[in-house]
Ligand binder design. Structure first.
Ligand code: MG
Length: 427
């Protein structure tokens, strides 16, 4: 009879998940040696009314974390140093980190600016080999990216559990969750420690009689289906129990969009319309750089005091700014009619139904040869615009009118769920 727990030399894992520790704060400490060993909080603006967007290990000992109000943080730790965020550095380091990880093994999915996952190949699935890979990555980051750049790595049968494992030991962790040992160390966790169980999900689980991770583990996939209200529950069950998850298509590539909350002076419909177009052109430029085409566009607008109004359109796949801007203009009319042309607080533009550019394009049955030629010309024009903007800076050439005041709207911001490419700063 095989032993209940396989000897580690024979154990297998499929995913390596890497999470950088106190990322923004560590980059600051790397760049500024005088900040090392000190409690620091990275802030978006220089006022005590704001909240930390990152805290160093030293600050975390005082209970300061992402989201802690700075006034409160100073009460907890009078020596706290606040540092204004330098997003350029964080992106620069992000690319250096990817480069270093990829010296050891290809990154399969970049999950956010400080998280990435590698799907291990057959030789590296052996636990001893995977552990060695993890240690070499950690050492490489320290030696070639910076001594302050540490990470926690999780090894597990799927990406979900590998992420959970990476969260279990900080800083500089290395945690393994083996399928044959589950639930094992998962039982040490609270429900809210699991990615996918947020503040809204927890009460729904309670309503199904699930209060602990042990309860969650015992629950059937039907129960989780009910708790989540759909297939997400089945997927969660599958992931929790170590099943393979749908990770072969990077989810980040399936939709592509931008949204913006408008400053009060830009909330009139005409100004908001310009912002919407700016967001679309930026998304279109990213679409082309990723060598994708889109087949649908979604526009959503939230008015200052009304509900959210939205509309979407399907079109023949394309990546051409002129055509996309035309589709947007139609959607804008529809959405603003719904919104009764009230002042706009937030605009979101999303391209989806993405397909890789390499796929052969569908034959355009009802288009004359001239019309398809002009389509090709338009796409070429879009590429030329991208190149000019790359070379001479953002907004050197744009389609339509972009007043100076609107330019800063679509400036590159760090999203925790998406990493700006270096090129994107110029779009
Ligand atoms: Mg992190």
């Amino acid at each position: 009879m095989p032993p209940a727990t396989a000897p580690h030399s024979q154990a297998l894992v499929d995913w390596l998940f890497l999470d950088l520790n106190s990322y923004f704060a560590s980059v600051e400490q790397q760049m500024h040696p005088e900040l090392r060993g000190k409690p620091i909080a990275v802030v978006p603006v220089d006022t005590d009314a704001t909240s930390a967007i990152a805290a160093s290990q030293e600050a975390k000992k005082f209970g300061i974390k992402t989201g802690t109000n700075i006034g409160e943080a100073r009460r907890r730790c009078p020596d706290l140093i606040t540092v204004m965020a330098n997003h350029d550095f964080y992106v620069e380091f992000h690319h250096k980190i990817i480069e270093e990880v990829e010296r050891h093994f290809p990154v399969h999915i970049i999950c956010s600016i400080d998280e990435m996952a590698c799907k291990l190949d057959a030789p590296r699935r052996r636990l001893d080999v995977a552990l060695d890979l993890a240690r070499r990555i950690k050492q490489g980051l320290r030696e070639r990216v910076g001594e302050c750049v540490t990470c926690s790595i999780g090894l597990a049968p799927n990406r979900f559990l590998a992420k959970v494992a990476s969260d279990m030991q900080k800083p500089d962790g290395l945690v393994v969750l083996l399928p044959e040992e589950l639930p094992g160390r998962l039982l040490e966790l609270e429900l809210s420690d699991l990615c996918g169980i947020g503040r809204r999900m927890e009460p729904r689980l309670h309503a199904c009689g699930i209060r602990t991770v042990a309860d969650l583990w015992e629950a059937s996939s039907e129960t989780l289906h009910r708790a989540w209200g759909g297939v997400c529950g089945d997927r969660f069950w599958h992931g929790l129990h170590g099943g393979a998850t749908e990770d072969d298509v990077p989810a980040a590539h399936r939709t592509l969009g931008h949204s913006h909350v408008l400053a009060p002076e830009f909330r009139t419909p005409p100004a908001a319309g310009i912002v919407a177009r700016r967001l679309l052109l930026k998304a279109a430029s990213r679409l082309r750089r990723m060598k994708y085409r889109a087949r649908q566009l979604h526009l959503s607008v939230r008015t200052e005091d009304g509900p959210r109004c939205e509309a979407q359109a399907k079109f023949e796949e394309g990546a051409d700014s002129i055509v996309l801007a035309r589709v947007l203009a139609e959607l804008w009319e529809r959405v603003m009619k719904q919104a009764r042309w009230q002042r706009v607080k937030k605009v979101s533009v999303t391209l989806f139904g993405l397909v890789a550019e390499a796929l052969p394009q569908q034959l355009e049955l009802f288009h004359s040869p001239d019309a398809s030629a002009s389509k090709e010309q338009r796409e070429n024009l879009s590429h030329v615009l991208d190149q000019i903007n790359q070379k001479y800076g953002r907004d050197s050439v744009v389609i339509g009118f972009t007043p100076d005041t609107v330019r800063t709207f679509s400036g590159t911001k760090i999203a925790f769920t998406r990493i700006p490419d270096r090129e994107e700063f110029k779009e």
